[in-house]
Design a protein. Structure first.
Length: 82
């Protein structure tokens, strides 16, 4: 792991296998930051890992994943009644 001094973030060389203590530390950090409100996409970008990798690490750490965000594709109930 490489610490980004400008932002205090941890970045990892692309494709580097992360096991043992390094994975445990990364898992704890990702869990803490996700529970503090960071998105999976943000965590993936900041750590230099894929969305799938970060998602899997969070699932392994028994994090309660949030539902998807974004716009609601259903029409509003009030619009249907007009």
């Amino acid at each position: 792991m490489v610490r980004n001094p400008d932002r205090g973030q941890t970045t990892l060389a692309k494709g580097t296998r992360i096991t043992g203590d390094s994975r445990d530390r990364l898992q704890a950090e990702l869990k803490r930051r996700y529970e503090a409100g960071a998105s999976i996409r943000t965590l993936a970008h900041e750590t230099g890992r894929s969305y799938g990798f970060v998602h899997n690490v969070l699932v392994e750490s028994d994090v309660q994943l949030r539902g998807r965000g974004g716009p609601n594709r259903r029409r509003a109930a009030t619009a249907d009644k007009s």
